[in-house]
Design a protein around this ligand. Sequence first.
Ligand SMILES: *[C@@H]1O[C@H](CO)[C@@H](O)[C@H](O)[C@H]1NC(C)=O
Ligand SMILES: *[C@@H]1O[C@H](CO)[C@@H](O)[C@H](O)[C@H]1NC(C)=O
Length: 580
Amino acid sequence: MVFAAAFVASLLLIAAAKPMEPRTMAVHEARAEPARGFVLSGPAPAATELKLRIALRPNNIAGLETALYAVSDPASALYGQHLTAAEVAEFVKPTEETLSVVSEWLSENDITSTSVTPAGDMLQIVIPVDKANELLSTEFSVFTHVESDTTSIRTLAYSIPAALQGHIDFFHPTTSFTRPLVSHPKFTAVKKREAAPVADVAPVSAAVPASCNSIITPACLQAIYNIPTTPATETSNILGVSGFILQWANEADLKEFLTDFRTDISSSTTFTLQTLDGGENVQTPRADAGIEADLDTQYTIGIATGVPVTFISVGEDGSDGLDGFMDQITTLIGEADGTRPNVLTTSYSFQAEDDLSFAVTNTLCNAYLQLGALGTSILFSSGDGGVSGGQAASCTDFVPTIPSDCPFVTSVGATSGINETAADFSSGGFSNYFAAPSYQASTRGVSGDTAAYLATLGTTNAGLFNRTGRGFPDVSAQGVNFEIVWDSETGTVDGTSCSTPTFAAIIALLNDELIAAGKSPLGFLNPFLYSPAGRAALNDVTTGDNPGCGTNGFPAAVGWDPVTGLGTPNYALLRTAVGL
Ligand SMILES: *[C@@H]1O[C@H](CO)[C@@H](O)[C@H](O)[C@H]1NC(C)=O
Ligand SMILES: *[C@@H]1O[C@H](CO)[C@@H](O)[C@H](O)[C@H]1NC(C)=O
């Protein structure tokens, strides 16, 4: 009823202003109720300015996907021949027709837009709530996220002219909800210890020190995964570390960490700072912040010896409606070819796939597709909520996390122990938005990974997850009892947050060797990881499960599983597998 009234009102206004045919409107995105944890608080004030992003339909995203696989599949003749930004933009830019019909509609409504992506596929407009209500035949409301007591202006449905439905993918923020971003590990995971850090354990050797069963240090990871300690040489081979939600990387903590745990390299080794959306890197310790950034910088710099690390601090001034996730990737796509990070590691995620609409999730996923086609390996932590994703509100659903649900990122789960077993918090499962990609559905003679797993699983957890979806994580690494320095003290943390920088550091070291040998960096990793050579270079983890907060989990199994993926890295074997 409300929508019908708004619809009529908007037609009258347009008719009064312009003597033209009223446009037939059609519902474009709708959801039955707000996302979990949000309640309706009332109408949005008419004069409040909304910054809205309009995603225009790319002209040939399927073509870009084909091109991505062609350069990322080791069996392809084009393997390693990553695309240029200009080549990517050719696939992503909207058609002339799309640009013209959308701009015509906006001008009819006296709205000016600015393009916010290199390919021109995303516009931004700034209009007050009453005008947005009229434009989209909707009624924006204030919703409160109860747990954090934060408010957002959203709607449960909106319309666009029916004639534009093939040209516009979405308006955002509208029906997608963003709960406060989750980073892993949780702050409470830090267990500060009075005692000095455990003595440096022996460097790489066949035997892993027994102490690694209770405390993980860089030396442990080097021993467990056969990671070399010799410094990398390639100065262009940047490893990007994402920082969000005002979590900052502390240089003094890094120095102390290197002093304690990497006595063989300069304790002054540090990172370069890159900022966007008002990001910064404040060095004053805050009681509750910085653990993630300290962990991520310490375990990239501490493992990827000599690889240049850039800490990318994404501030809170952006207007992508996705906590800067989209802005970060747009920024990296916009950088000059040859200067982007070869690896990007991110230990933050959105807790539940259906908080965001399919259209918004798909466009974010396509941004990773673009960055992957440009040659960046993109790694995300799978989340720390077991099968219930990162969500706290309910423990009974199997909730995929974003962006691990996207087939174009490499999702990293967690293990523990020297004889590795799945960490019980390691999020994993199956997407409801994206089908199992080719590398999981059938892999050159190896039967499809998700299908094989589901055959073994039988009826366990039937009805709680989507059997045709993209399965995640893809791989895993140690994620329990990582010794870090935070706020000048040592302590341990757990989480897929530990696993992700570890795996990313290993990829960065491989890239260093590849570039030194005149070869291309690895780029989008999954087609390689799922290839026979890739999977042979990973340690299959077959025990443990991920019950999350009390539900049944998925059990780890021989081969791929939605707890530990294909398994954990063996650097020596990966070297050979990538042709070194
Ligand atoms: C790991 O497993 C091997 C073989 O099953 C066993 O011999 C060894 O004692 C185990 N080590 C630890 C630390 O549990
Ligand atoms: C299950 O996943 C597929 C994609 O593989 C999707 O098309 C379908 O809508 C999903 N089903 C549900 C109930 O979400």
